[in-house]
Design a protein around this ligand. Structure first.
Ligand code: TEU
Ligand code: CA
Length: 543
């Protein structure tokens, strides 16, 4: 297998399928659905963290990297899942959270007891005049430093205070990390997704400085000084020693150049990476926790085009996606999940699946699962959201105003239990699931398959098309300018073929002249009019 052959399906383990009816998705639940995933046409499953955890950040706070979270099953369940997946020619990609551990991890506990060795696995620092060492902020709100009174030291946490950043400068720590990665590779894991991996290189210890410009510290640790060295070492000591392992880095706030270095094969770092700029186009003044009243595709298209063209030029590789476990559902966010459910689900699928790079499908999008549309604050679960709520309250916003914002932006939107059928809890479980999901439009796989227009079947069709076609896997990409922000057109081509992907991203007809005598390969509407595009119309033509 080559990297261009991968089609990855991300599973939020907690929410996919519950095999023992405790309301929490699990490994056996996933195993039951392997044939379903094969039918869809994917060949890799990325599992969000499956390790022992106190669950402050749903598993992104790891207590023991060698143990399975008992809510999800046992090590033998995991081995069986690997085996079953292999039968169906599906590989497993694990989530490696190597920027921080849970504060319940035994390293951290030893550090708290005063062990210098383990304090040096983390960043324990002296404060300045009863204040933290720097003014940096946590990505989940508040200071990035937490004070430990009995040590009179502060430790660094870029995420919640239960997620302490680990010190990659320390060789011993790095050796421990490589041991963890090799443990899972040895079992037959064939993919690794590295959580916020470009944040692992912090400044040298003596160089802790306040961020005078942005007050958040990002510039000091994003794509930090030794990052390329660490990645090369990780590559060399772990996954390069195994056949057919593919890696993807979550690259938080990186830039074009750094991205290209991480994923250019000649650098021997990573195979590909995620970027998020196209998903920040609905942040108002760069601020996530704001309500975006309209959709603006101008910026969105610009970001995609800029990144695609730059990475093509530099022989690097993008992991393309519109939804994941940190994002609202893209059908609710960019499409119209009520009136144009089928059309917008299929339109946005075509948009990203045919870009140059590897498509990452997020569970549930293949049936057009939507945002939560909660009516009460208490219905939210995610730590980022609950922290944001407190912050917004402190700014004197009312609950109604806040609800409007978090219904649009919360990560919980993307974490609802998969709706398999029309039973009480949608066939996810016999018990009330861990996260409430009202499913206001009653979207289930069962209903979708009964519809004349099935989103699932459309995904099957376009994945088949992509997988059978060299041009979509390896061809070049170019973008066609239009004067219309709602129309998005790009071409995939090589010596033999030339395809045009033509999309109307809006819920209104858009004037557009299509050449006659062309061969239509994909169309998500029954008809084709040569003078305009229907709402959310997506067509692929061979020219
Ligand atoms: O996410 C990294 C990250 O920066 C996210 O916080 C993201 O930017 C944010 O949700 C958007 O508002 C990774 C994981 O994907 C996420 O689930 C974890 O919470 C986080 O790292 C910490 O491990
Ligand atoms: Ca369960």
């Amino acid at each position: 297998m080559k990297k261009e052959d991968l089609v990855v399906y991300e599973i939020y383990v907690k929410s996919f399928n519950d095999s023992n009816d405790d309301g929490i998705g699990d490994l056996n639940g996933i195993k039951e659905k392997i044939p379903y995933l094969r039918k869809l046409g994917i060949n890799y499953i990325w599992l969000t963290p499956i390790y022992q955890t106190p669950n402050i950040d749903n598993g992104y706070d790891i207590e023991n990297y060698y143990k399975i979270n008992p809510d999800y099953g046992t090590m033998s369940d995991f081995n069986n899942l690997l085996k079953e997946a292999k039968k169906y020619k599906i590989n497993i990609m694990l989530d490696m959270v190597l920027n921080h551990t849970s504060t319940q991890h035994h390293w951290f506990k030893k550090a708290l007891k005063g062990s210098k060795k383990y304090q040096n696995y983390y960043f324990f620092e002296k404060g300045k005049n009863n204040k933290p060492p720097t003014n940096w902020t946590s990505k989940f709100g508040g200071s990035a430093w937490e004070y430990i009174k009995k040590l009179d030291l502060w430790y660094l946490h870029l995420f919640s205070k239960q997620q302490a950043d680990i010190n990659w400068e320390n060789k011993k720590l790095r050796a421990e990390v490589f041991k963890i990665v090799n443990f899972w590779l040895k079992k037959g894991v064939k993919g690794l997704r590295f959580d916020v991996i470009n944040l692992i290189s912090k400044p040298e210890k003596k160089n802790w400085k306040n961020d005078l410009k942005y007050n958040d510290g990002k510039k000091f640790y994003t794509d930090g000084k030794n990052i390329n060295f660490y990645l090369k070492e990780l590559n060399k000591k772990t996954f390069s020693n195994y056949e057919n392992v593919f890696t993807v880095g979550e690259l938080s706030s990186t830039n074009l150049k750094h991205f290209a270095n991480y994923s250019n094969p000649k650098n021997k770092e990573l195979d590909m990476g995620f970027i998020f700029y196209h998903l920040k186009t609905d942040y108002i003044d760069n601020h996530k926790w704001s309500y975006a009243p309209t959709k603006d595709f101008k910026k969105f298209k610009e970001v995609i085009e800029t990144w695609q063209l730059y990475q093509q030029k530099h022989n690097s590789w993008i992991a393309n996606f519109l939804s994941n476990h940190d994002q609202p559902r893209h059908i609710s966010r960019f499409g119209n999940d009520k009136i144009y459910h089928y059309q917008s689900a299929t339109c946005f699928a075509v948009l990203y699946i045919f870009l140059r790079g590897t498509p990452f499908i997020y569970y549930g999008e293949e049936i057009g699962q939507t945002n939560l549309y909660n009516t009460k604050i208490e219905e939210f679960n995610d730590i980022e959201t609950t922290n944001a709520y407190k912050k917004l309250r402190s700014e004197n916003k009312t609950d109604d105003q806040i609800l409007k914002i978090i219904n649009q932006k919360s990560r919980d939107n993307g974490r609802s239990p998969f709706a398999w059928n029309n039973k009480k809890y949608y066939g996810f479980s016999e018990t009330r699931p861990w996260l409430k999901y009202k499913n206001i439009y009653n979207i289930t796989l069962e209903n979708d398959l009964k519809n004349k227009n099935s989103i699932f079947k459309f995904y099957q069709e376009i994945l088949r098309l992509r997988q059978q076609n060299k041009t979509f896997k390896l061809g070049k990409i170019k973008f066609i300018e239009t004067n219309n922000d709602n129309i998005f057109i790009y071409e995939r081509y090589d010596d033999q073929k030339n395809y045009q992907i033509i999309l109307n991203l809006s819920d209104k007809k858009q004037n557009y002249k299509i050449k006659e005598n062309i061969k239509i390969i994909i169309n998500n509407h029954e008809k084709l009019n040569f003078n305009f595009l229907n709402p959310y119309q997506a067509i692929i033509v061979e020219c």
